[in-house]
Each structure stands twice: as C-alpha cells, then as structure tokens.
Ligand binder design. Structure first.
Ligand SMILES: Cc1cc2nc3c(=O)[nH]c(=O)nc-3n(C[C@H](O)[C@H](O)[C@H](O)COP(=O)(O)OP(=O)(O)OC[C@H]3O[C@@H](n4cnc5c(N)ncnc54)[C@H](O)[C@@H]3O)c2cc1C
Ligand SMILES: NC(=O)c1ccc[n+]([C@@H]2O[C@H](COP(=O)([O-])OP(=O)(O)OC[C@H]3O[C@@H](n4cnc5c(N)ncnc54)[C@H](OP(=O)(O)O)[C@@H]3O)[C@@H](O)[C@H]2O)c1
Length: 479
C-alpha cells in the first residue's frame, strides 16, 4: 500500500516535470487579465507580488482603465476613487502592461489568447442589467439605472441616453445602493454636483430638471432592504430634501432590531429613528425642504402604464405579503391587490448581470455568471475568473479586492505546481492585434488622457472633465 502511494506520488512528480519540459518552462510565465476594473487590477497586483518573473497584461475594451470605479461609482463619492492610485502603481510596474481599446471576443478570442498566455483571468465585470419582463418596460423614459449611471458618469455608449427630466415624479425600482445613488443624483442640489467629476451635459440637464419627488419602491420590507447605512444616512442628510417614511412600515422595528446582526441592526435603527423619532433639528430642516424622497415597500411592478399617446404615466404594482420564519430573508408573495403610482420617469435598479463575451467561456445564463469553482472556470485548464463576472454583481470594491487576491493566489499556485503550460507569446498576441488594425492604448497613453481631463476639469472647478467620445479619447492617446 505504502509502496503504491509512493509510486503514485513519483508518477505525479514525473508528470509535472514532463508538462514543464513540454511547455518550455525556461520561459517566464505571461498571464493575461481581461478587464481593468477592481477585479482585474487586484488580481494583477497579487500575481506580480507573488512571482518575480511573471508578466501581466491587462486587456480592456475601453480606451481608459478602471471599470466601474470610473463609470459606476457616484461622482459625489470621490474618496472611493482613491483606489485608482493603487491601480496606477500596479500598471506602472515594469512587468505589467495595460492594453486598452481591445475587446476580447471581438478583436481577439479567448482561444487565441490561450495559445499565447500561460493563464487567462476573466475579470470583465457585469455589463448588462436584469430586466423585469413586464408590459411597458420598453416605453420611453423607462430607463435602466445602469444606463443612467453610465450617462451621468460619461460612459461613451450612454452619453446620448434619452432621459427626460421634465416631470415632477420619478420612481426608482429596487432598494439597493445603486437605487440610492441614482435617487441622490436626481435630488442633490446642482451646485454641489457641479464640484464633482459629473459630466457637463448631465449637469446641464439636471439644472433644467423638474423632479421634486423620487419614490423608491421595493418588493420586500424595511428589514430586507439591500442598501447600506452610509448611503441611507446620506439620503437622510441630503440638503433641501426630506424623507417620506410611512410610520406604519416601521412600528415595532426598534424591538426587532435589538436581535439583528450588527450592520442590519444599525441600518434598521436609522430607518426607525428617521421615520418615528427624528430630532427637532432634522424636523426643522425637513420642513423647509422643497424636494422629497419616499420609501415604499412590499410592491412588485406588474406593468408600466402609459397614456393614450404612449407617454409613460405610472407603474402598476402588485401588493405583496412576506413569507418565511427568518425575518431578514422573508420572500415576497403577490396578493390580488394592486396599486397604481403615477410618475414621468422610471429607473429600473434591480441589479446588474454579466454575459458571455466569447463562446469558449462556459456561462450560466440563468445566474448570469461564468461557470466556475472558486475562480477556476469549469472544464478549462488555465482559465480563471475574478470579480463580478464570476461571483455575480454583488459586493463593494473591498470584497472584489479579496476575490481578486484569492484568484491571483490560485493562478500562482497552479503555475508553481506545474499545472499550466508556460506560454510566452504576448508579443504574438500584440502582433496579431496590430495586423487586425486594432489601435492599442497603453497606460502611458491613458496618462495623456488623464492630463487633458484634469486640466479641463480645473477650468470648471472640477476634479476632472471626462472626455466622452471614444474617437477623441483615442486621438488624444495617440498624439
Ligand atoms: C453604480 C455602481 C456604483 C458603485 N459604487 C460603489 C462604491 O461607492 N463603493 C464601492 O466600494 N463599490 C461600489 N460599487 C461596486 C464596485 O463597483 C464593484 O465591486 C467593482 O467595480 C466590481 O469590479 P469588476 O472588476 O468585477 O467589474 P468592473 O468594475 O465592471 O470592471 C470590468 C472591466 O472589464 C471591461 N470589459 C468588459 N468586457 C470586456 C471585453 N469583452 N474585453 C475587454 N474588457 C472588457 C469593462 O470595460 C470594465 O473596465 C458600485 C457599483 C455600481 C454598479
Ligand atoms: N456606495 C456603495 O458602496 C455602492 C454603490 C452602488 C452599488 N454598490 C454595490 O454594488 C452592488 C450592486 O448594487 P445594486 O443596487 O445594483 O444591486 P442589489 O444590492 O442586489 O439590489 C438590487 C435590488 O433590486 C431588487 N430586485 C431584484 N430583482 C427584482 C425584481 N424582479 N423586482 C423587484 N425588485 C427586484 C432587490 O430586491 P430583493 O432584495 O427582494 O431581491 C434589491 O432591492 C451591491 O453589492 C451594492 O452594495 C455599492
């Protein structure tokens, strides 16, 4: 028995040596990361730290780096964007290259990249959104929060979004942090937004906006909201705006809160306090507010309503009851009752979704994620995933960092264990892109764009003025 085990171990060792020999392990491993958001950059950081020989190429479809840190994080949250400094340090390392303006799955395939690189990490995020699948969802001014966020943040493909703010009431569907982001942007005094890196065209439209009421509607109750306390506090303190919280929704929550896990406890206490025991100072401030935001619960959208002229007029909701013994995980069940709420703008904020950028990536269409086991893509040696593309569109940058680090370690271990063929063909990949006429943007090129944007911003008293036309971005990068 012992002899057999020893033989097996020896056989494994010989096999590893054979793989190394076959793949020419004399070369230094080259790893390709797809996507330059937090997942891509943190995975790269771990790879570079863990192996002094490795070279990491970060491919990005846009001519600019940083994913949702640039195009998702709200403009009035500049402190969150400080992670860009760490990403910049990573990108400026000798053994790291940013290769922007290359769409994987279109300009070059995953199968091609596998021939050139030792390992590939898919960190391409979640660039689609969930749909409700209800009548009227395609009416004008029924807009996904994802596109609205892209619009105010200057994502080139969303810059011409047809959003009409000539209405007094907006409904935001969903109770997550993105829902609070979009509600806050609609209600924040424009003079405050004008000091951020929000795009000039959206600032102009927000200046003309007639919206004075934003109703955030969730399908479950106050104990199941997905937003977090910091973001709720910002809403409570939003200048010129009062919260409208219906007392009946919160009665008894003070007692229930005592037994909840700490983050949920503090969140529930803040909801309770705002609804039932606000300070006199808060009450005084709210009395003079001209705008308001309202939280509505236990309502599922059934239909988007329109007038005869096909103009959006409101949303029909089904009234839910909640079922389940565990309070914070109760499920919504539709009753026969309905309620119509009038509005002129609907922002659907029910979550993002990833998609299959290349047919060689095993993809779970139902969940909207790459099929994987803790970062190893199912059935594909040398293929890994990190961040929202593999885990789903949930979690803040910190969680994405942990995931990126873990996947980076996994790749390093597989290289160390001789599990991967050490391909060293990055030059061939770059040559192929050149042959195909793809104009690659390097990190130095991005730094030129960065300089122009910050200089333009300075003129307007903003941290940056984002350039929103892809052609112009590339022109600046290439001159
Ligand atoms: C609106 C919004 C606001 C948020 N605000 C905060 C916040 O304030 N604080 C916080 O901690 N977290 C926030 N988050 C969460 C945070 O943004 C995510 O945790 C994080 O960005 C996920 O990182 P990722 O790298 O997986 O995806 P992403 O950041 O989306 O990066 C993916 C990258 O891949 C690129 N890509 C896509 N397809 C291809 C392709 N075919 N070829 C090449 N490249 C491709 C994309 O262009 C993108 O650059 C927010 C999220 C959203 C949606
Ligand atoms: N400031 C920040 O830190 C910040 C800012 C923005 C985003 N983020 C993070 O980014 C991630 C994504 O945020 P998100 O707001 O897009 O997603 P989210 O947190 O998953 O919230 C989605 C919301 O949509 C609701 N929903 C889903 N399907 C629905 C349906 N069919 N009908 C009605 N409602 C539906 C959910 O309700 P149920 O709970 O009932 O499913 C939930 O309230 C989160 O982890 C978030 O914290 C962070």
């Amino acid at each position: 028995m012992l002899y057999q085990r020893l033989c097996l171990r020896h056989l494994k060792h010989v096999l590893k040596i054979a793989i190394r020999h076959h793949s020419g392990s004399g070369g230094k491993p080259q790893v390709c990361v797809i996507g330059s958001g937090p997942a891509g950059f943190y995975t790269a950081q771990q790879l570079l730290k863990g192996n002094p020989d490795i070279h990491v190429d970060i491919y990005e479809k846009l001519p600019v780096p940083f994913g949702l840190v640039r195009y998702g994080v709200a403009p009035d949250h500049p402190e969150v964007k400080n992670v860009i400094n760490t990403f910049t340090q990573t990108a400026n390392k000798d053994r790291c290259s940013f290769i922007g303006n290359v769409t994987i799955g279109k300009d070059i395939s995953v199968a091609e990249l596998q021939k050139f690189y030792t390992a590939i990490v898919l960190s391409y995020g979640a660039e689609d959104d969930r749909k409700l699948g209800i009548p009227g969802e395609d009416l004008p001014n029924v807009i996904s929060a994802r596109n609205f966020v892209g619009w105010y943040n200057g994502l080139p493909e969303d810059r011409n979004l047809a959003v009409d703010l000539d209405t007094d009431t907006a409904i935001v569907l969903g109770h997550g942090n993105v829902a609070l982001d979009v509600a806050r942007i609609l209600l924040t005094p424009v003079d405050i937004l004008a000091k951020t890196d929000i795009t000039e065209y959206s600032l102009e439209k927000l200046r003309q906006s007639r919206i004075e009421r934003v109703i955030l509607v969730g399908r479950r109750g106050p104990l199941q909201v997905a937003f977090t306390i910091k973001e709720l506090r910002e809403m409570v303190k939003l200048p010129g705006t009062r919260p409208v919280l219906h007392t009946n929704d919160y009665l008894g929550l003070d007692d229930i809160a005592k037994d909840l896990p700490r983050p949920r406890k503090r969140l529930t206490e803040l909801l309770y306090k705002t609804a039932l025991t606000p300070t006199s100072t808060d009450q005084k401030i709210w009395a003079s507010a001209t705008k308001e935001w309202e939280l509505r619960f236990r309502l599922s959208p059934l239909e988007i309503l329109s007038s005869n002229s096909s103009k959006l007029s409101g949303v029909r909701f089904g009234v839910n009851r909640l079922e389940g013994s565990e309070l914070t995980t109760q499920k919504a069940v539709l009753t026969e009752k309905t309620e119509d709420i009038p509005c002129g703008l609907v922002l659907r904020s029910i979550g993002y979704r990833s998609w299959q950028i290349d047919p060689d990536i095993p993809f779970d269409e139902r969940q909207g994620v790459i099929r994987n086991n803790k970062g190893r893509v199912d059935g594909k040696t040398g293929l890994y995933c990190s961040g929202w593309a593999g885990r789903g569109p949930v979690g803040v940058i910190l969680g994405t960092m942990t995931d990126g680090f873990e996947v980076g370690k996994l790749v390093l271990k597989d290289i160390e264990d001789g599990m991967l063929q050490v391909n060293t063909g990055r030059d061939n990949a770059l040559q192929l892109l050149q042959d195909r006429g793809v104009s690659v943007v390097s990190f130095k090129d991005w730094e030129k764009i960065d300089c122009v944007e910050t200089a333009d911003g300075e003129k307007n008293g903003k941290p940056r003025e984002k350039i929103v036309e892809t052609d112009r971005l590339i022109n600046i990068a290439k001159t």
